[in-house]
Design a binder for this molecule. Structure first.
Ligand code: PMP
Length: 394
């Protein structure tokens, strides 16, 4: 396959915007200029579009009403709003927060920031698949605990947490549960009512909506302080003139995701399982990262012994295939990903990791192509690696 025909399997890092979403957004950039706070008809038109989008986001997660959806600039802001907002509001009741060791940096870093402000944070361990240790969670919940923040699913290893079980445990102690669903929304059915979630982070770009917009679901009884003060938009919890074109796009993306998720997720699961099998079966010393079945439909995370994931990525790129090393190395350090370390991988195992994340445009044929080129890539790199045992190369 020539470079002209490129294959994109890095959907966790970035996605295209669905053409239907772009179509829905265009009028709000071209001609509809009203501000939802204005009283005239232009403003009312904008207000209606804003509330329709909010309703669509609420419907995606089965929220009790659109009033529990607060629009933000994306998952990072929503995570900050949930964690720091609850901490500020509840600081007189307690100063203990529990999270897991495999959260996204936009959860871990607000927690670390709060540690500098007198809060205690427990980072729960996870098992080899990335499941949060529920015994540790139960043991760590105290009268001082005000918030537990656990992600719905991890984008790097795909593992989906048992949120309902976690929420029962957390609520027995009357503690709020925040769930970061940025890696999961649009791919798996999330039901904040049934799963009894107090705060849920939702992102637009992870479901083919525009970047720079997202939401925090806040259950009616949940109290938090705003981080951004200003003109009082979003009922005082998140001021700033609403980014209407993006919000309309986000609503459309949520509507499409809800409609198409049942069929698209099944299609992706079939592709994912074929990809995983094809990446592992023909190649010795190859392993799956994360859980075999309780994983995101689009996530194929693997690792190969004796070689570097980064080198495999370069070879794949030469053949027109874009994948990722997860965040095996963060941009500024050569440290392996905290997620891969937390599931117990040694440095060299984490460095041999590779992440394929599938999306709407990927086909059977593309999966077939990736599977067909991988054995030779691994073989070539192993031949050059001083770590490869001699017997393997015979
Ligand atoms: N949480 C999770 C679980 C993520 O995977 C990401 C990245 N998509 C984020 C938060 C942050 O998202 P953003 O950079 O769009 O704010």
């Amino acid at each position: 396959m020539s470079r002209a025909k490129r294959i994109y399997m890095d959907h966790t890092a970035g996605r295209t915007v669905d053409p239907r979403v772009i179509e829905a957004m265009l009028p709000y950039m071209k001609s509809l200029c009203g501000n939802p706070s204005s009283v005239h008809s232009f403003g009312q038109e904008a207000r209606q579009a804003l509330e329709e989008a909010r309703t669509k986001v609420a419907e995606l997660i089965n929220a009790e009403s659109k009033e529990s959806i607060f629009l933000t600039s994306g998952a990072t802001e929503s995570n900050n709003m949930a964690i720091k907002g609850v901490a500020r509001r509840s600081r007189d009741h307690g100063r203990h927060i529990i999270t897991s060791s495999i959260e996204h940096m936009s959860v871990l870093n607000p927690c670390k920031f709060l540690m500098t402000k007198g809060f205690k944070v427990t980072f729960l361990p996870v098992d080899q698949y990335g499941f949060v240790n529920l015994t540790s969670l139960e043991e760590e919940l105290t009268n001082e605990t005000i918030l537990v923040s656990i992600m719905y699913a991890n984008g790097e290893i795909g593992t989906i947490q048992p949120i309902k079980e976690i929420s029962k445990m957390v609520h027995r102690k009357n503690v709020y549960l925040h769930v970061d669903a940025a890696a999961a929304n649009g791919q798996v059915l999330i039901d904040v009512n049934n799963e009894d979630i107090d705060l849920l982070t939702i992102s637009s770009n992870d479901m083919y909506g525009p970047k720079g917009v997202g939401a925090l679901y806040i259950k009616k009884s949940t109290r938090l302080e705003p981080l951004i003060h200003g003109g009082g938009q979003e009922r005082g919890l998140r001021s700033g003139t609403e980014n209407l074109p993006s919000i309309v796009g986000f609503g459309k993306a949520a509507e499409i995701a809800k409609e198409e998720m049942p069929t698209e997720s099944e299609r992706l699961k079939t592709l994912r399982d074929r990809l995983i099998k094809g990446l592992l079966d023909p190649i010795p010393y190859s392993f799956l990262n994360g859980h075999p079945t309780k994983r995101l439909p689009n996530n194929a995370a693997v690792r190969y012994s004796f070689i570097e994931g980064e080198s495999i990525l370069l070879d794949l790129d030469m053949k027109g295939v874009a994948a990722s090393s997860g965040s095996a190395c963060t941009a500024k350090t050569l440290e392996p990903s905290h997620v891969l370390r937390a599931i117990g991988l040694k440095h060299e195992e984490a460095h041999g990791s590779l992440l394929f994340t599938l999306g709407r445009q990927n086909t059977e044929e593309e999966v077939g192509y990736v599977i067909s080129i991988m054995p030779d890539i691994v073989k070539r790199l192993r031949e050059m690696s001083p770590l490869t045992p001699k017997e393997l190369m015979k």
